[in-house]
Design a protein around this ligand. Structure first.
Ligand SMILES: Nc1nc2c(ncn2[C@@H]2O[C@H](COP(=O)(O)OP(=O)(O)OP(=O)(O)O)[C@@H](O)[C@H]2O)c(=O)[nH]1
Ligand SMILES: [Mg+2]
Length: 195
């Protein structure tokens, strides 16, 4: 597994993003799905990324470097109930500018809550990435909250919603409470940052 992660900064506009051109792994998904938790858990740093039970915690583009080899980018989440029309527009603008400006994006991890079937926003994001030919894998989060039957249903729903997904290839069940898929996610990151 990766040995070190360093917080670089939080950005509210794309003009100030790091100029360095390391390969980037980007985390995207609904608010509260577990993007910041994934960073803490996967990179084994208990609270390098701020986590909250209240959706809408991460409002900035947060950059980390891992082993000085690649960036991990935590994007603000979408789809929380309290978001105003202005919030949604600001989010769309920031995300669109981000994907237009950021070079060297090797992979987007699109996080989807295993208890909530993909929403309209998830489908829009998926189509957006596809249209821009940005490679993505889905992390199905919080699987510790499901029993075996619910887990099977969850996998079925996500593969029905996104026909391109195959478990352990570009779809990885994940949990901060269980060691699941970690080696596979690790290998995928290694592969894409070398490509
Ligand atoms: N049981 C369980 N809870 C999780 C898991 N991942 C995240 N959570 C919880 O879900 C809540 C939201 O997690 P965050 O990591 O802050 O979510 P986020 O996607 O960064 O949310 P925004 O910053 O609002 O976009 C927190 O209370 C986490 O503890 C998981 O695998 N299992
Ligand atoms: Mg967050």
């Amino acid at each position: 597994m990766f040995s070190s992660i360093t917080f670089i900064g939080s950005f509210t506009s794309v003009d100030s993003l790091p100029k360095e051109t390391l390969p980037a792994i980007v985390l995207c998904g609904r608010s509260n799905v577990g993007k910041s938790s994934f960073i803490n858990s996967f990179f084994n740093r208990r609270s390098i990324a701020k986590v909250s039970q209240t959706p809408g915690k991460t409002r900035t583009i947060n950059y980390y470097t891992v082993e000085n080899r690649f960036f991990v980018v935590d994007l603000p989440g979408y789809g929380y109930a309290k978001a105003s029309k202005k919030d949604v527009e600001a989010w769309q603008k920031l995300i669109d500018e981000y994907f237009s400006a950021a070079g060297n994006i090797k992979l987007v991890f699109h996080l989807v809550d295993s208890r909530i079937p993909p929403t309209g926003d998830d489908i829009l994001l998926s189509e957006y990435l596809q249209a821009r030919e940005i490679p993505r894998s889905v992390l199905l989060t919080k699987t510790d909250k499901l029993n075996q039957t619910e887990y099977s249903v969850s996998l079925k729903k996500i593969t029905e919603a996104f026909k391109d997904l195959t478990v352990n290839v570009n779809l990885f069940p994940f949990s901060i409470k269980k060691a699941i898929s970690r080696e596979k996610i690790y290998k995928q990151i290694l592969k894409v940052i070398k490509a």
